[in-house]
Design a protein around this ligand. Structure first.
Ligand code: BES
Ligand code: MN
Ligand code: MN
Length: 463
C-alpha cells in the first residue's frame, strides 16, 4: 500500500480521532480544567501508541505533562523532532460561539468550501500537531518511514511554556535530533503555500500608577492633584510617536530587517486587505508608516496595551479622582531583540517619564525571544520541496506575527533549527470564538509531511 492509499483508506478515522481530542477541554490556564488537561495528555499518548510509535511516555512537570514518543529505525539516519501543544486557550466568551467549543462540528465557510472543524484548539494546535501523528502513522504502517522521528507535545504553550526549558535542558540526549518540525503557524492560502521563517518574541508586563492612599472627592481635589488614569494614559500614549514608531530609547538597536529580496517576496505575496479586515471585523488598518501589513506584523516590533483599568467602573456615576490605575502592556519582538533587555529598557524608560506626583511599579510576566529560520539549509529546501509536491507551487518564506517562545530556546539549548510548516489560516479564529481548521488543511498537512521526510532523508544523504 502506498502512503496515499493508506491515508485515503483511513481518512474518516483520522477525523474521528481528532474529534475525540477536540472534545477534551484542555485549557491550560484554568485550574478547573487540570483533570481535563491531564486526560488530554493521556489521550495523545494513546494515539501515539496506536500510530505505531515506541516509548510513548508522559513526563510529569510542575504543571501539565509532556507527551513523548519516538520511532528510531536506524541511528545512521537523520532524526526529526516534532513539537506541538495539546493545551488550548479558554473558550470564553461562550455566547459568541455558534456551536459548542468542545463539541466539534463541521460547517462550510467561504474560505473552507470543503468544510471546517469548529472547536477550540482545532487549528491551535490539536488539528495541526495531530496531522503529524497521522502522517507518521501512515509512513510507519506502510513501511515507508525514511527517518527517525521523535514527538514532544506539551500542555503549557498557551501559558508561556514555564516548564519546557527545564525539560529540554534536562533531556537534551532524549531530544537529540537534526531538525525540529512544527505546525503551529499559518499558511498564506490554499493557492499560495508559505513556510514561516520568522516568529516574534514577546515581553508582557503589568504596570501600576499610584497617586494617593485612597480615592478622593473630585470636587475637592480635582484639578489640583494627579489623576493616575490620566497620567497612565499620557505615559502610554507617549510610547509611540506620530508615525507609530516606538519611543523607548534603544528599543530598535537590535532590529535587523530581512534582505530586500525577502521583503520584496513578502510585499508581493497575495494580500486581501478586506479579507484581513473582515476576519476580526476591524474598520481600517493602521501601523508604522512606510510598511506593508505583512511587514508590520512580521518584521516590526509592537507595543500594545492589552487591558487598562482603575477608578469607578460600575453603573451610574461616582465623582472621584482614583487613587490607582493599572495596565497590561505587551511588546512583540523581532530579529535579534532580547526580551530581558527590552523588559529592562521599558521599565527604566517608563519610570523615567512618570511625573513626581505618582509612583510607578512595573511587574514583568513571561517572555520569549524571536526566532528566524535560516533558509540556506537542507531542512528548509526539503520543506519547500514537500510543499511544491502537494501544492504545485514554491512556498513563500513569511515572517509571522505570533510567538512560540520555546523555538528560540530549541536553538539555544538543543542547537537545532526549527522548520515552521503551518497548515492553518490566520482567519481561522485562533484564540477567538468559533475557532476552526479546514478539513482540506488537515488532509493537506497529512499528505505534505511524508514528502518532507522523504526529501529530508534524501538531501541529508547527499550532503
Ligand atoms: N500558535 C500560536 C502562535 C502563532 C499562531 C504563530 C499563528 C504564528 C501564526 C501559539 O499557540 C500562541 O498563541 N502563542 C502565544 C504565545 C504566548 C502565550 C507566550 C502568542 O503568540 O500570543
Ligand atoms: Mn499554538
Ligand atoms: Mn495559541
Amino acid at each position: 500500500m502506498t502512503i496515499q492509499e493508506y491515508i485515503d483508506t483511513n481518512k474518516e478515522r483520522f477525523l474521528d480521532e481528532l474529534f475525540t481530542l477536540l472534545r477534551i477541554p484542555s485549557v491550560s490556564t484554568d485550574k478547573a480544567h487540570d483533570d481535563d488537561t491531564h486526560h488530554c495528555a493521556v489521550q495523545v499518548q494513546e494515539y501515539m501508541v496506536k500510530a505505531g510509535l515506541d516509548k510513548a511516555t508522559l513526563y510529569p512537570t510542575d504543571g501539565h505533562p509532556i507527551v513523548y514518543a519516538e520511532k528510531m529505525i536506524d541511528p545512521s539516519l537523520p532524526t526529526v523532532l516534532v513539537y506541538g501543544h495539546y493545551d488550548v486557550q479558554p473558550a470564553a466568551p461562550l455566547d459568541q460561539w455558534k456551536s459548542e467549543p468542545f463539541e466539534p462540528e463541521i460547517r462550510k465557510t467561504e474560505i473552507h468550501p470543503d468544510g471546517a472543524i469548529f472547536a477550540r484548539g482545532s487549528t491551535d494546535d490539536k488539528g495541526q500537531f495531530f496531522l503529524h501523528v497521522k502522517a507518521v502513522e501512515s509512513m510507519i504502517k506502510t513501511d515507508r518511514l525514511p527517518c527517525n522521528v521523535k514527538f514532544m507535545i506539551e500542555g503549557e504553550e498557551e501559558v508561556g511554556s514555564p516548564n519546557l526549558v527545564p525539560f529540554i535542558t534536562k533531556y537534551k540526549d532524549l531530544l537529540k535530533s537534526d531538525v525540529i518540525l512544527v505546525s503551529d503557524t499559518s499558511l498564506l492560502s490554499k493557492k499560495h503555500p508559505s513556510i514561516t521563517v520568522g516568529l516574534r518574541g514577546l515581553t508582557y508586563l503589568d504596570v501600576k500608577v499610584t497617586a494617593a492612599r485612597a480615592d478622593m472627592h473630585s470636587g475637592l481635589f480635582g484639578g489640583a492633584v494627579a489623576n493616575p488614569i490620566n497620567t497612565l494614559c499620557e505615559m502610554i500614549a507617549s510610547l509611540k510617536d506620530e508615525k507609530k514608531h516606538i519611543t523607548i530609547p534603544g528599543f530598535y538597536d537590535d532590529v535587523v530587517f530581512p534582505s530586500d529580496s525577502d521583503r520584496e517576496m513578502m510585499r508581493n505575496a497575495p494580500f486581501d486587505p478586506q479579507e484581513y479586515m473582515d476576519s476580526p471585523g476591524v474598520f481600517g488598518l493602521e501601523g508604522e508608516e512606510g510598511f506593508h501589513t505583512y511587514e508590520r506584523t512580521g518584521i516590526l516590533p509592537t507595543l500594545d496595551c492589552n487591558g487598562i483599568w482603575g477608578g469607578f467602573t460600575e453603573e451610574g456615576s461616582k465623582t472621584i479622582i482614583p487613587a490607582v490605575a493599572n495596565a497590561k502592556i505587551s511588546m512583540r519582538l523581532v530579529s535579534k531583540q532580547n526580551y530581558e533587555k527590552i523588559t529592562e529598557l521599558f521599565t527604566e524608560h517608563f519610570k523615567s517619564i512618570a511625573p513626581d506626583s505618582v509612583k510607578v511599579e512595573v511587574h514583568p510576566h513571561h517572555g520569549g525571544n524571536p526566532y528566524v529560520t535560516p533558509t540556506d539549509t537542507i531542512e528548509y529546501r526539503a520543506a519547500a520541496k514537500a510543499m511544491e509536491a502537494t501544492f504545485g507551487k514554491t512556498p513563500v518564506p513569511m515572517y509571522e506575527g505570533g510567538s512560540i517562545p520555546i523555538v528560540a530556546n530549541f536553538k539555544e539549548i538543543l542547537k537545532v533549527e526549527t522548520i515552521l510548516m503551518g497548515f492553518g489560516f490566520d482567519t481561522d479564529g485562533l484564540h477567538s470564538p468559533n475557532e476552526h481548521f479546514g478539513v482540506w488543511n488537515f488532509y493537506k498537512g497529512i499528505e505534505t509531511v511524508p514528502h518532507f521526510y522523504q526529501a529530508y532523508a534524501e538531501m541529508s544523504q547527499e550532503a
